[in-house]
Design a protein around this ligand. Structure first.
Ligand code: NAP
Length: 250
């Protein structure tokens, strides 16, 4: 039995990742904030190969939730092969850098960076203990290197996930655990709905060489590719899934 943990696997990019991994035969442990009753139907729609998928209601930013998730995962499946650190939030309100509040900074950093760091630490220990070649795939963002002065805390959190990827890649290499970073571009999900008109216009004007929105499935296919074992001599690698946004043109 192959087991994958996907944070934020109840909707958006995370759900597409969960679906794609389930199709590849993985049993899933999904962490999300929503109550089980709200996501039950969607989780039940995922293909099941062996054991039923696990949904754990909890907050990635909360230590007890992270521990509870890991414990439940071990109790249910006994081991883990892949961790996909996907859950993340945008600031509740976009604020100019000069107005960014500590509350918003803490909210975004606690989930996107601190939660991701300490969940990775816990899962990495499990992977080491069970002596299986694991993989950790972090979903960061083009915001890891692109300045948005109206959501600086988000940019900082994603830049942090970039360094987190390198740190764990080096620390875990001797244990046969590879760590990758996927940087999605502009992907059509609930997160980008508030800025839809703006992005429609920018994409039409050529912001991305490939002139379309990305889909959650675009990101999910990249996760599956990294999970196959075809990249076993690569770690700490970044994969841009962004329609070419990262290319500088003149
Ligand atoms: P989304 O549609 O807003 O979905 C976010 C998912 O994360 C939901 O399943 C949500 O669960 C979960 N989540 C959020 N906070 C959580 C917490 N504290 N604890 C546990 N689960 C939590 O977002 P998305 O667009 O799919 O984005 C997924 C990831 O890709 C994020 O890390 C985001 O930063 C990154 N990304 C997105 C884009 C884009 O254009 N959409 C681009 C680059 C990077 P609940 O529904 O239960 O709250």
């Amino acid at each position: 039995m192959k087991v994958a943990a996907v944070t934020g696997g109840s909707r958006g990019i995370g759900y597409a990742i969960a679906s794609a991994l389930a199709e590849e035969g993985y049993s899933l442990a999904i962490l999300g904030r929503s109550d089980h009753s709200q996501v039950k139907d969607k989780i039940e729609q995922l293909p099941v190969m062996s054991k039923p998928h696990l949904y754990f209601q909890g907050d990635l930013g909360d230590r007890a939730s992270r521990s509870g998730f890991c414990q439940k995962l071990v109790d249910t499946f006994g081991h883990i092969d892949i961790l996909v650190n996907n859950a993340g939030v945008a600031p509740k309100v976009r604020m100019d850098l000069l107005e960014t509040s500590e509350e918003s900074f803490d909210y975004v950093m606690d989930i996107n960076l601190k939660g991701t760091f300490f969940l990775t630490q816990q899962i990495a220990k499990l992977m080491i203990q069970q002596n299986r070649r694991g993989k950790i795939i972090n979903i960061s963002s083009l915001s890891a290197y692109t300045v948005s002065i109206n959501r600086g805390e988000y940019c900082l959190s994603k830049a942090g996930v970039g360094m987190l990827t390198k740190l764990f890649a080096v620390r875990l290499a001797n244990h046969g655990i590879n760590v990758y970073e996927i940087r999605p571009g502009i992907i059509d999900t609930d997160m980008t709905t508030p800025a839809k008109a703006k992005y429609d216009e920018l994409i039409a004007q050529g912001l991305t060489p490939i002139r379309r929105w990305g889909t959650p499935e675009d990101v999910a296919r990249a996760v599956v590719a990294l999970s196959t074992g075809q990249f076993d001599f690569s770690t700490g690698e970044i994969l841009n899934v962004d329609g070419g946004f990262h290319l500088h043109t003149l």
